[in-house]
Design a protein around this ligand. Structure first.
Ligand code: ADP
Ligand code: MG
Length: 327
């Protein structure tokens, strides 16, 4: 079973950034209002994610580390209607099979926390009492210590951390009401208070993407039949020339889709200065039945029922905002 988990880990766990993604999604699923990440050596040495979510009851701690025990897929009538972000029930067991994992959790009803750890051979150690406020901490140490072939593919500490940081940015941009604290090698990278209004959202943009982005950002909010596009764009002349300042979400999920990029790129083309990358944070909202998000979740591709209409709507909205500035 440990081996099965390791094989599954090949799909879930590519690098520290993919671990962080899974752990943050679990925290959000658990209703966390504050998520703290403590990272060492790009996440290779240690990733710790601590939340104030609903916690895991003591009798379910071991289950959380058992493969497929928590899979909700079987109960699903309609994949498109999945409200929670996780549904495979294999992230924790997969991660545990290629690292040293500790899980500490306490529900709001319990007076103390409980801790479980996975031994080197993959067996679960008996739960023991621990100190922890209500919520959950997952600590993942020594990634791929037992899979040297995979360890070889990890890049430098700096590269791994930049991937990891980008994952946190992506999620933090679309979860403004949740506070995030990211620390690397003991140094705070960003500390984001919860944002409750447009002003707070803009403050978060500034902390995540830089003051320049926030200062130059043009806000937009447009609707068409069943479609809404809102967010911020920066005229390329002002933005830093960086491809990592492009965030497009469809119904709350980050996408990197061909149709979307084409529409965005076309809209920016007229105003694009040579060599500049457009910068934007955009949210497209449409009825779930008009988009299939499971085409290629890992590649962030989606398929729209009315592709042409979506493309034109994105293009028209952005083009108008970027050229004459009014919607
Ligand atoms: P999935 O999220 O697909 O159910 P995971 O392996 O990621 O599978 O997590 C297994 C289970 O452990 C979750 O379904 C959830 O019940 C529990 N769990 C994991 N992380 C947390 C957390 N931070 N807070 C509360 N429960 C958690
Ligand atoms: Mg999960």
């Amino acid at each position: 079973n440990h081996l099965v988990n390791q094989i599954a880990a090949g799909e879930v766990v590519e690098r520290p950034a993919s671990i962080v993604k899974e752990l943050i999604e679990n925290s959000l699923d658990a209703g966390a209002r504050r998520i703290e990440l403590d990272i060492e050596q790009g996440g290779i040495k240690r990733v710790r994610v601590r939340d104030d979510g609903r916690g895991i009851p003591p009798d379910q701690l071991a289950l959380a580390l058992a493969r497929h025990a928590t899979s909700k897929v079987a109960e699903l009538q309609d994949l498109e209607a999945v409200a929670t972000l996780g549904f495979r029930g294999e992230a924790l067991p997969s991660i545990a099979s290629v690292s040293r994992l500790r899980l500490i959790s306490r529900t709001h009803e319990e007076s103390r926390a409980w801790e479980v750890a996975v031994g080197v051979d993959g067996t679960l150690e008996a739960p023991r009492p621990a100190a922890h406020p209500p919520g959950t901490s997952v600590e993942v140490r020594d990634l791929f210590f037992n899979v040297p072939a995979r360890r070889k593919f990890l890049r430098t500490e700096k590269t791994e951390f930049s991937h990891l940081e980008q994952v946190v940015r992506r999620i933090a941009l679309v979860s403004p009401e949740v506070a995030f604290h990211l620390r690397h090698n003991g140094r705070t990278q960003f500390d984001l208070p919860p944002a409750t209004d447009a002003h707070g959202h803009l403050d978060r943009l500034a902390r995540l993407l830089g003051e320049t982005f926030a200062e130059q950002a043009l806000d937009l909010d447009a609707v068409a039949v069943q479609l809404r596009l809102w967010g911020w764009v920066v005229r390329p002349a002002f933005s830093r020339s960086q491809a990592d300042q492009q965030f497009f979400y469809v119904n709350g999920r980050m996408v990197r889709d061909k149709l979307v990029s084409h529409a965005v790129r076309q809209a920016f083309n007229d105003v694009l200065h040579h060599g500049r990358q457009p910068a934007y944070v955009l949210f497209l909202e449409l009825p779930a039945r008009l988009v299939d998000c499971n085409v290629h979740p890992a590649k962030h591709e989606v398929r729209f029922r009315e592709g042409r209409q979506v493309h034109d709507f994105i293009f028209r909205t952005l083009h108008r905002r970027l050229t004459d500035g009014v919607l």
